[in-house]
Design a protein. Structure first.
Length: 256
């Protein structure tokens, strides 16, 4: 029987907010599809510190993205933990990665999120090291100087062997794979993507077994995903077992 979870304003279905050790749950939202009323609802559930952080952004668009991304994150975590969104507390590691303060009574839930253009994506897992990245493909930024900052010399040889019209997509696929791995570690931009060696000779992209740097010599799950035209994404999880991945779109009626 399907049971509902009581959150701040609405019951949500428990069956779609259930994590197991064998699964990763991904959530996606197109921020252009959200109403002004829902935006205010998300803003109202933020903490004082989060509202102050939102106003610190120079551009209104960046403020809106932060409010939406953090507000929905609160609602998702609240549904998993059967709490009110406003009762979720966050902390941050030394690299600025957000983490959730959890009591001994809570089942540990780990998450990561990413934003690009109009899309925000979330990954949830019961495993600690999880990372996700999404990017909107912009062909004009794929130039030699940028490629050298992301791809190793071995990867560049394979990359420049591809037809020029396929290079933008290839570059962003490599980028999201590396970024998801780095975010899973929680290191952010302090870890150079050049230190990660990928096998990009065939699909799907995978971690190379040759010349790999620690900590990526250990077993990792790396999966690419696509949402809509113009975007590429990847999720990474430190695990020795394959995991089932579910994808769900977020709409207002899920929480509001």
């Amino acid at each position: 029987m399907t049971r509902n979870i009581k959150t701040e304003n609405k019951d949500v279905r428990e069956d779609i907010f259930h994590l197991s050790l064998d699964s990763i749950q991904l959530w996606h939202v197109d921020i252009c599809q959200l109403s002004a009323a829902f935006y205010q609802h998300l803003l109202d559930c933020l903490s004082t510190d989060e509202r102050e952080r939102a106003t610190s952004f120079k551009f209104e668009g960046d403020q809106s993205v932060f409010v939406i991304a953090r507000g929905i994150l609160r609602h998702l975590l609240a549904a998993y933990l059967k709490k009110f969104p406003s009762n979720i507390d966050f902390t941050y590691n030394v690299y600025g990665k957000p983490l959730m303060k959890q009591s001994k009574q809570d089942n540990p839930i780990y998450f990561n999120l990413s934003h690009s253009n109009n899309m925000v994506v979330y990954a949830f897992s019961l495993k600690k090291f999880v990372g996700i990245d999404i990017e909107y493909i912009k062909a004009d930024i794929v130039e030699p100087g940028v490629v050298q900052q992301v791809l190793s010399k071995k990867e560049q040889k394979v990359f420049y062997g591809k037809p020029i019209e396929k290079q933008p997509l290839s570059f962003f696929r490599i980028w999201v794979c590396k970024e998801s791995l780095i975010k899973a570690l929680g290191h952010g931009f302090s870890y150079s993507p050049i230190k990660i060696e990928l096998d990009i000779r065939k699909d799907p992209i995978s971690l190379s077994q040759e010349g790999q740097n620690k900590p990526f010599t250990q077993k990792w799950l790396l999966k690419e995903f696509s949402l809509t035209c113009g975007y590429v994404g990847a999720v990474a999880l430190k695990t020795r077992q394959d995991k089932g991945i579910t994808h769900s779109w977020i709409t207002e009626d899920l929480f509001y």
